[in-house]
Design a protein around this ligand. Structure first.
Ligand code: SF4
Length: 488
């Protein structure tokens, strides 16, 4: 018997589904939250601070010895990429990172102290910004602090984001020595004109050299990021980028959609809006990319992510244990996630917590002996239920209604009567199939899965029932600052 939420059979795309997607996309808005958390980060509020986080860490302490997941945010970059929506600090002054490393270590000590006993770490991820902005000594210092306070399990997944323009073979060897076993490379596009327009000139050779070094050094997984919808891109040009990327045979690929929001992300003001591909062309680029990647043997995991069939993500999806977390998709379920560094988000014992965005606020909190949490959310039983449903639909494309009823003690049809009515409308567009026992995302629906997930978002439903004014451009709550929110 299959596991309750093993994926639906719809794992491959044919021309038919892609043609349907092309014609539907003009009518159904596929944009929406990425649900790296539920409730989404724009619902976090300032009532959760140091005391709330300490309370959550105490609850987490009671779960010992369950392993943890860690995210470290290193915000520095030497140069600005014009499309960027991350929380970063552009500087060539490397003395700034020395101070940051010191405070990061202090935060680790404070969190670990609150947790009590040393905890095992099954997943760690260094993101940014550019983690490799740190010099070798600083990287060693951060890793030493991690080892001082936590047990990083050698069999765990330990990942770092890399800017291939800044990484030498020696640096790659250091990353391997420090225990990283996964790397994620930003590429975006190999076309020189596109690269000039986004202020990120990065040769194919630089990227290839990092990938070859990772293979030589035995890294278990190489992941690459592309972005479509950038200035001067056309289907033919992006096809060429995809083909060059395939030459490098990454284990995972993320292909993000660029959202041009210059009123929110200041660097985007330097992008010429007239050079952006029109909506129809952008859609063609996406469809062509899916065709190319799936023809090359990649599995569409969902939400912009592709993986080779033997990659852990694809295996986890086949086995029905894929999860959403702040890094996108994850293979391990249920670990509390500790966020360290400016703007880092954690998910601990039913609480979401987010650190201060600026180094000044972050340093001041730690100097005052406070955890630098500035906002968050304490989830309710209803949030847990809806998070489980959204997660099952986004990760596995199927929901076993009886399993949800048994686990949460509800009658699904009663609790979700309005949602089921909305799903029936999506079923008319062939995005979902519904039986009394299951909700299945169709092949077409997998391309518009955010639209399906939004049906179960209680907060969006409340917003729709009670229209509110659009958030101001400078409203910090409106700005997605987690790395993977950058292209919305
Ligand atoms: S895209 Fe990455 S490397 Fe470029 S400025 Fe943003 S955080 Fe830095």
């Amino acid at each position: 018997m299959s596991a309750p939420n093993t994926p639906s059979a719809s794992t491959a795309f044919d021309r038919h589904a892609l043609a349907d997607f092309r014609s539907l996309a003009g009518r159904i808005d596929g944009n929406g939250p990425r649900y790296t958390s539920y409730p989404t980060a724009d619902r976090f509020h300032a009532e959760v601070g140091d005391a709330g986080y300490r309370h959550a860490l105490n609850a987490c302490r009671a779960n010992a010895p369950a392993p943890l997941s860690l995210y470290l945010h290193i915000p520095f970059c030497e140069n600005i990429c014009y499309y960027c929506g991350c929380n970063k600090i552009i500087t060539k002054d490397h003395s700034r990172s020395a101070r940051y490393v010191d405070y990061l270590s202090r935060e680790m000590a404070m969190v670990a102290g609150q947790l009590g006993e040393r905890r095992a770490v099954m997943q760690s991820h260094w993101g940014g910004g550019t983690p490799t902005f740190l010099d070798p000594g600083e990287m060693r210092a951060v890793m030493a602090a991690l080892h001082q306070h936590f047990d990083l399990l050698p069999e765990g997944e330990h990942a770092i984001e890399i800017d291939p323009r800044r990484v030498t073979d020696d640096r790659m060897a250091l990353l391997a020595e420090l225990g990283f076993n996964r790397i994620s490379l930003g590429v975006q596009d190999f076309d020189p004109e596109v690269q000039q327009a986004i202020h990120r000139v990065q040769s194919f050779e630089e990227t290839r050299s990092v990938v070859l070094a990772a293979r030589r050094l035995g890294f278990q997984s190489v992941s690459m990021d592309l972005i479509y919808g950038l200035p001067h891109q056309t289907t033919a040009r992006f096809n060429a980028t995809v083909d060059r990327t395939l030459e490098l045979h990454p284990d995972r690929l993320s292909v993000y959609s660029y959202a041009h929001l210059p009123h929110v992300f200041k660097p985007q003001r330097r992008i010429d809006a007239a050079a952006l591909p029109p909506a129809g062309e952008k859609l063609d680029i996406l469809v062509s990319t899916i065709e190319r990647l799936t023809a090359a043997g990649y599995i569409y995991i969902g939400m912009d992510h592709f993986a080779l069939p033997g990659d852990d993500l694809a295996i986890a999806q086949r086995e029905g244990r894929l999860q959403r977390n702040f890094q996108g998709y994850a293979t391990h379920a249920g670990y509390d996630q500790i966020g360290l560094g400016v703007s880092a988000i954690g998910a601990v014992a039913g609480h979401y917590v987010q650190n201060a965005r600026t180094t000044d606020e972050y340093y001041a909190a730690l100097d005052a002996g406070r955890l630098p949490t500035v906002r968050g959310f304490e989830t309710s039983a209803d949030d847990h239920l809806r998070r489980a449903i959204i997660g099952a639909l986004m990760c596995n494309g199927t929901l076993d209604i009886a399993a949800v009823e048994a686990e949460h003690g509800i009658d699904f049809a009663t609790v979700f009567a309005p949602e089921l009515a909305d799903l029936d409308r999506l079923a008319e567009d062939n995005l979902v199939r519904r039986t009394p026992a299951r909700i299945e995302i169709t092949t077409l629906g997998r391309l518009l899965v955010r639209r399906v997930a939004m049906v179960f978002d209680r907060y969006l439903r409340a917003d729709a029932a009670r229209p509110r004014p659009a958030p101001a451009a400078n409203d910090a709550k409106a700005v997605p600052i987690a790395r993977y929110s950058r292209v919305v």
